[in-house]
Write a protein that binds this ligand. Structure first.
Ligand code: NAP
Length: 489
């Protein structure tokens, strides 16, 4: 194991159900490996369908008492959870980099960002207001109140475990719901460490349960069980589509945070330095394994050659290596399938007329390292234009006019994030309004903030996480109509 934790009890490898850490005798375990070294970090108990059902039963049993707690008490527990995450940030960063591969500085940033959702929703817990509705009859009084939807299931991906889990758990628990989480099999350790800290923060048994395990065994029970009233999923569009169909049998409320195909548009009038810095931030964070990652970089003809040269110089200077080492800003990809996808996209692009400006192949370090890459002369008939590459490959497309750039940027079934760089105020409004995306970065490649709504249009998803509306996803509205109120005698 390549890490040393100040608090080794944060490394949990068992199921977390009803406040207990469980490792049933004879149960298979699965290895969690460090993508940088291939070393086994931990062997985690493989949850199955019965575990999923037991966790749902525990969440159901815990629900009445949790939703009855005054919002202020739920708020205090969430804030303690936030504080404990921040107090253990260094250990959590070691765990995250060991199982996921990202540079340790990015791991620290992700953990602080994730913790901020507990802080934000600790406040929102106390602001779940209802309505007093003007009545249609003299003897009637009308109200609408908002109540927790019930037991929630969450299924999360491997690319940002320390952010994606709090983004779901914090609003759900703030609303008074209880939760069962199935983390990604590549990165269950972050989820289990969060559960440990939640228990220390004072979460009652059964309020937050974690069942690592396979999609078919655990994920399908969560998507279909009648007790689960809400399914919140982050992952690929393909799996989201399946889960939505599975959840339809019991008419669950669903939130889906799915894949993207983000365009970056750099106009001739852009500040070149800002455009380069922003493109690097959105394309190369987490080695390009980000749902809001730039996938297509459109650059106007007048600035194109200068942009490509400056981007290639910045990308060629990136330090690739084990994420725990000083100065490394590009770690390994999550697995060899991710490397093969990058290779397939590059070779398809080259066959269709693209040229490599820097990188373009596996990195000399071997394993799942891929050289940060810039391709020029990209065109829409290439795979790289249509699919999420999910790796450190930046394809540059040339364009002539604003209308053309917007049309090409919108020509995808995805609609999560888009970015553009310009110094023209009128263009900021025109293009900002014309792009069919849920998140728009204007002169920046980094937009995430717990107080802002995060989510996609089109096949990038349903619902929003974070911000003022994030808690709505975990609430039901109830209309109360009270009759028989006689007038003053
Ligand atoms: P994924 O393959 O869709 O897996 C996501 C989660 O779903 C994992 O926990 C996985 O379990 C589980 N799963 C897979 N098949 C399932 C099934 N049939 N039933 C129930 N659960 C199932 O996605 P990923 O590769 O982990 O993550 C990358 C994707 O997530 C990218 O497309 C990225 O754009 C997207 N993403 C979106 C956002 C957003 O906010 N919009 C944020 C981050 C990532 P196992 O791990 O056990 O297979």
């Amino acid at each position: 194991m390549s890490m040393t934790l100040t608090d080794p009890t944060l490394l949990r490898a068992d199921l977390h159900i009803d406040g207990q850490w469980l490792a049933p005798a004879g149960r298979p375990r699965f290895a969690v490996t460090d993508p940088a070294t291939g070393a086994v970090v931990a062997d985690v108990v493989k949850g199955n369908a019965d575990d999923a059902r037991a966790a749902i039963a525990a969440a159901d049993a815990a629900l009445p008492a949790w939703r009855a707690r005054p919002a202020k008490e739920r708020s205090q527990i969430l804030r303690r959870w936030h504080d404990l995450i921040m107090a253990n940030l260094e250990d959590l960063a070691q765990l995250l980099t060991a199982e996921q591969g990202k540079p340790i500085a990015e791991a620290r940033g992700e953990i602080a960002y994730g913790a901020a959702f507990y802080d934000w929703f600790a406040d929102e817990a106390r602001r779940i207001y209802g309505d007093v509705i003007p009545s249609y009859a003299a003897d009637r009084r009308l109200f609408a109140i908002r109540q927790p939807i019930g037991v929630c299931a969450a299924i999360t991906p491997w690319n940002f475990p320390m952010a994606m889990i709090p983004r779901k758990a914090a609003p759900a628990l703030a609303a008074g719901c209880t939760m069962v989480l199935k983390p990604a099999s590549a990165t269950p350790l972050s989820a289990l460490a969060l559960a440990e800290l939640g228990a220390r923060a004072g979460l009652p048994a059964g309020v937050f349960n974690v069942v690592p395990g396979g999609a078919a065994e655990v994920g399908d029970v969560l998507a279909t069980h009648p007790t689960v009233r809400k399914l919140t999923f982050t992952g690929s569009t393909e799996v989201g589509r399946t889960l939505m169909a599975r959840a339809s049998a019991t008419i669950k409320k669903v939130s889906l945070e799915l894949g993207g195909n983000a365009p970056v548009i750099v106009f001739d009038d852009a500040d070149l330095d800002a455009a380069i810095a922003g493109t690097i931030a959105t394309k190369f964070r987490n080695m390009g394994q980000t749902c809001v990652c730039a996938n297509r970089i459109y650059v106007q003809a007048g600035i194109h050659d200068r942009f490509v040269a400056a981007l290639a110089a910045a990308v060629a200077a990136m330090k690739v290596g084990n994420g725990v080492d000083d100065g490394v800003n590009q770690g390994p990809l999550i697995d060899m399938a991710a490397v093969e996808k990058c290779e397939a996209h590059v070779s398809d692009a080259l066959a269709k007329g693209a040229r490599i400006v820097t990188g373009g192949a596996r990195h000399a370090l071997g394993g799942s390292y891929f050289a940060p890459t810039v391709l020029a002369d990209a065109t829409e008939d290439m795979l790289i234009a249509a699919e999420e590459t999910f790796g450190p490959v930046a394809p540059v497309f040339k364009f002539a006019t604003e209308a053309e750039a917007v049309e090409r940027a919108n020509a995808t079934e995805y609609g999560l994030a888009a970015y553009f760089f310009t110094t023209d105020a009128a263009r900021i409004w025109r293009v900002g309004e014309a792009l069919e995306y849920g998140i728009i970065g204007i002169n920046t490649g980094a937009t995430s903030y717990e107080g802002a709504p995060f989510g996609g249009w089109k096949e990038s998803g349903i619902g929003r996480e974070g911000g003022r509306t994030g808690i709505e996803e975990f609430l039901e509205t109830k209309y109360l109509c009270m009759a028989g109120i006689a007038p003053l005698a």
